[in-house]
Design a binder for this molecule. Structure first.
Ligand code: FAD
Length: 478
């Protein structure tokens, strides 16, 4: 018999439920990836597609080394699956679940279309530790806040041990697949070269990063994770998003680090809670399919955003030229690397939404285009959290002060110096607020505001007051 494996966000061989089930059941296994970016809404951006290209290349090599072959096809997904199942004579199509509304609909439509040909589609859980539709509170509703969600889910969590790569039977005769380059995932203007030395998409790269992080990274995580200038977090987010690393494998690797005494239990638990946020984001998306554009707190639909007719403020933010060092450092890191530390995501987000008073959806869209780890659920939840309109958001009136944030989380200014080198000569007491430095301190450091580095595009105090007034103008907020 022949089985088709429809690869989705599970681009690895180890602990991959669809490949394992197919290998156990069939004499021929045909791994197939269908490229159909238009079926996701919103569609992934350029950085995410860059990662996907290289992740598929890595999977191609891994499957070839295992005596198999990756087949690539263009969408529409349902038609492609039907075509390939017929052409290979497959009786069953195996896949893993993708917890996003359109992806779930595509899987339902595929199941119905394949059933007409007598082919079964088996969708197995993967990617998350829990079923994002399942968790219920005492009154039978889905959770709107992280803490009670995670308390309940965490107490019941017992992920199975990861399974090794299966022995894959060969695919047998198959139709001619598309070459990877034909999917058009790489940008035409090759800005992506800058990402190549920084990331290694694919399961091998994921494993290397995990090994680099554990156990010392997990041990220090509780303390180190808040400082954007330190490599205190795992940077595994894109690997997790594309399923290059099994989240069950990560969970158990953390348990091992704790059991061997290499990392304190609290530090490991703090890291696991971040994985919990990832679960929660998908639980929210299951309730709010338009999470990326529709405020969970519906009052915010009427928020009086600032007019920015020529897009000057938005462009200053995107380019890291706002004149606020920590914000600019973050935005430049994002542009240069496709990634940003969580603290910096919160600071640049708060500045966009509160000080510039521009719609959070602009930020969501820019991150979607520039993050290699862009994830529909996590990015939408993150932006709603920052904007104060999410289910479990920071209250709107808590406005991050980027100067105080810098003094606390980048106390020596190293992060700013790395990404905003024109300020590198400023002493640390002024690095987060060059406009406040005495003129001779600036002169000695070789910085003239308005020439070497912008004046702040908005006054932090005034813009904060204006944001709070705008918030109070919403009905039901006072
Ligand atoms: P670690 O600290 O090592 O955490 C381990 C893993 O836990 C991460 O890889 C990630 O999968 C998960 N995680 C950690 N924090 C969160 C969180 N707050 N929400 C959901 N999952 C989390 N994360 C994305 O994966 N994709 C996004 O598009 C994304 N957009 C964001 C936008 C905003 C405005 C904000 C505030 C946060 C966003 N996050 C997003 C969450 C978080 O910033 C990143 O997951 C984290 O910075 C990735 O770095 P890391 O792998 O080193 O994290």
């Amino acid at each position: 018999s022949t089985a088709l494996v429809w690869l989705r966000r599970d681009l690895r061989l180890a602990d991959q439920p669809a490949l394992r089930a197919a290998a156990a059941a069939a004499e021929r296994v045909v791994p197939l990836y269908v490229h159909a970016p238009g079926e996701a809404d919103p569609a992934p951006g350029a950085a995410s597609q860059w990662w996907r290209h290289h992740s598929l290349a890595a999977l191609q090599a891994a499957l070839a080394a295992a005596g198999s072959r990756l087949h690539l096809a263009h969408g529409p997904t349902v038609a492609a699956l039907q075509h390939w199942a017929r052409a290979c004579g497959a009786e069953t199509v195996y896949a893993t679940a993708v917890a996003e509304p359109e992806a779930e609909r595509t899987a339902r439509e595929a199941a119905a279309a394949l059933a007409e040909d007598g082919v079964a589609l088996r969708v197995l859980p993967d990617g998350l530790l829990t079923d994002p539709h399942a968790a219920r509170n005492r009154s039978g509703g889905m959770y709107r806040a992280f803490t009670p969600f995670w308390r309940t889910v965490r107490a019941q969590l017992d992920p199975p041990l990861p399974a090794p790569s299966p022995h894959l039977p060969p695919p047998g005769p198959t139709p001619e697949p598309e070459p990877l380059a034909a999917l058009g995932l790489l940008p035409r203007v090759r800005w992506d070269r800058k990402l190549e030395p920084l990331w290694q998409p694919g399961a091998h790269g994921a494993e290397r990063r995990l090994e680099a992080f554990l156990p010392a990274g997990a041990a220090a995580y509780g303390e180190a994770r808040d400082y954007p200038g330190q490599a205190g977090t795992s940077a595994l987010s894109a690997h997790l998003h594309f399923g290059e690393l099994s989240v069950r494998r990560l969970w158990h690797a953390l348990a091992d680090a704790a059991e061997q005494g290499a990392a304190a239990a609290e530090s490991v638990e703090a890291f696991r809670a971040e994985l919990g946020w990832r679960e929660f984001a998908h639980h929210l998306l299951a309730q709010e399919p338009r999470l990326h554009e529709r405020p969970v707190d519906r009052r915010f639909a009427a928020f009086p955003w600032r007019e920015d007719p020529d897009g000057r403020l938005l462009a200053a933010w995107q380019r890291g030229e706002t004149g606020i060092p920590l914000v600019d450092a973050g935005m430049r890191e994002l542009w240069a690397t496709g990634w940003l530390h969580n603290r910096a995501r919160m600071v640049v987000g708060s500045f966009l939404v509160k000080n510039l008073r521009l719609p959070w959806q602009h930020g969501e869209a820019f991150f979607r285009d520039t993050l290699v780890d862009w994830d529909r659920a996590s990015n939408s939840m993150g932006w709603q959290w920052v904007a104060g309109c999410g289910a479990d958001a920071a209250p709107y009136f808590r406005v991050f002060n980027p100067v105080r944030q810098g003094e606390r989380f980048d106390p020596d200014g190293d992060y700013v110096r790395r990404w905003v080198p024109e300020l590198a000569g400023l002493p640390k007491q002024w690095i987060h607020q060059p406009w406040a430095a005495p003129a001779d301190a600036r002169r000695r450091s070789g910085v003239t505001l308005g020439r070497d580095y912008p004046e702040p595009v908005v006054d932090l105090r005034e813009s904060r007051e204006a944001a709070l007034a705008a918030f109070r103008s919403l009905s039901g907020t006072s």
